[in-house]
Design a protein around this ligand. Structure first.
Ligand code: HEM
Length: 402
């Protein structure tokens, strides 16, 4: 059963439908008990501790860092270039944005590369680990060895990061400094493991999701001339060829709608689980305590009675002047309730800045074989290459004029 009111019931009552089930069991192997995986009993305390890093007043500063990282990538492209492995390029960019916003201290380049690379392997393997029955999960296959090694590398890199902050003794206005100075209910500092859990949670929560969303959005823009032209029209009027900034976002409603619609049709978290903590009823069925409940934003977002022609990408669905908002529980790319994504505005801002900055400068053309969704931890493109041509006169001055 997949109905908005059931989604709503499950997501709002996070005490009865707690984090648990196969997805979270596996995720806990990687991030321990961080904000996204911790049971209800400890969740509110952690959320209160981390929320200040995501308050609205911080977003313009985060956006400025995002624009810097985006321009390094987008300005390095050349007219006529084929961008191979677009998901890989975006994963790398989102990784750099996550590290640059969470850890503002100067950090060694190899450490940042190690974090990004290990995360990529972990995310790619997680779905297979989830699907492997417990009895078989310990068999040291090549995939398991690769996954275990990436998990250790991720932990080691995070540990080094914390050490660097400890050694410098400096306070930075960022997430890691906030965690280092945080105190628990008993007034004690967090252990290295607790800090590392939260850092990994934010990193895992914020990199793959954004990279996958933007990858699909770029694919749709390349393949759908009508959407591409309307997007170009909007970014030309708002940006005139430059990179978008935080202040430009209100002038980019169509870009926002393209992202919202991409999240509808390709929600990165396409299947998620909860576990019942007591006997209960759901949709007329009795569920004993300990039952795994699966909710799927992917299936929900394809209900034809809520989204007419549900498989068509139509950003105009999000034009609230003409279309009423979907019922509660029917649009859940970021979930709902107390466990709603803490990085929803951060992630949407990042996706809008990347898409609009690319669209302002580059015309995207499909290249290579048809692209299909591949079910991994997120719903990723099986492969995606794009050809780009300059939209405005060459974006770089010739080398001898630099
Ligand atoms: C397009 C971007 C994003 C999407 C689609 C997304 C999606 C989600 C979803 C569906 C959940 C709830 C999972 C569940 O129901 O079990 C979630 C939770 C979470 N997300 Fe995101 N996310 C995005 C960006 C981010 C970013 C940028 C960050 C951090 C920088 C982040 C950090 C988290 C954390 C920490 C949680 C757990 C919240 C809690 O349990 O209190 N996410 N996200």
């Amino acid at each position: 059963m997949c109905a908005p009111e059931l989604n709503h019931q499950v997501l709002i009552d996070d005490r009865l439908f707690d984090k648990g089930g196969m997805f979270f069991d596996r995720l806990r192997e990687v991030v321990g008990y961080g904000l996204g995986t911790v049971p209800h009993a400890s969740h509110r305390l952690q959320r209160r501790m981390l929320q200040p890093a995501f308050v609205k007043s911080r977003l313009p500063g985060h956006a400025a860092i995002m624009v810097k990282e985006i321009s390094k990538v987008v300005d390095s492209w050349q007219d006529g270039q084929i961008i191979t492995d677009v998901p890989g390029v975006l994963h790398h960019l989102a990784g750099r944005i996550a590290t640059a916003t969470m850890f503002t201290a100067p950090l060694p380049e190899p450490l940042l590369e190690e974090l990004t690379d290990a995360l990529h392997v972990v995310m790619d393997s997680l779905i297979f680990r989830m699907a492997t029955p417990h009895a078989l999960a310990r068999i040291p296959t090549r995939g398991k060895r690769r996954y275990d090694s990436a998990r250790s590398r991720l932990r080691a890199a995070t540990g080094q990061l914390i050490d660097i902050y400890h050694r410098s003794g400096l306070e930075h206005d960022d997430l890691l400094s906030m965690l280092l100075s945080a105190r628990d209910d008993d007034g004690l500092p967090l252990s290295q493991e607790q800090i590392s859990n939260q850092v990994l949670t934010m990193y895992i929560g914020g990199v793959e999701t954004v990279a996958v969303t933007v990858g699909w959005a770029l694919h749709f823009i390349a393949c759908m001339p009508e959407i591409r032209e309307r997007l170009h029209h909007e970014v030309d009027a708002a940006l005139a060829g430059r990179h978008a900034t935080w202040n430009d976002l209100p002038q980019l409603p169509y870009t926002r709608a393209v992202i919202a619609e991409t999240l509808r049709i390709r929600p990165p978290g396409w299947v998620l689980t909860r576990i019942t903590t007591a006997d209960t009823e759901l949709g007329g069925h009795h569920l004993p305590a300990g039952t795994t409940v699966i909710y799927s934003p992917y299936l929900m977002h394809r209900r034809g009675d809520i989204y007419p022609t549900p498989t068509a990408l139509d950003p105009d669905r999000w034009d609230t002047r003409h279309t009423p908002a979907p019922p509660h529980g029917a649009y859940v790319p970021f979930a709902l309730g107390a466990r709603r994504c803490i990085g929803d505005t951060f992630g949407t801002t990042e996706a809008m800045l990347i898409v609009s900055s690319i669209a302002a400068r580059w015309h995207l053309h499909p290249h290579g074989a048809p692209v299909r969704p591949k079910p991994r931890t997120s719903l990723v493109p099986d492969q995606l290459d794009l050809r780009i041509t300059a939209r405005t006169p060459a974006p770089h001055p010739p080398p001898n004029e630099r």
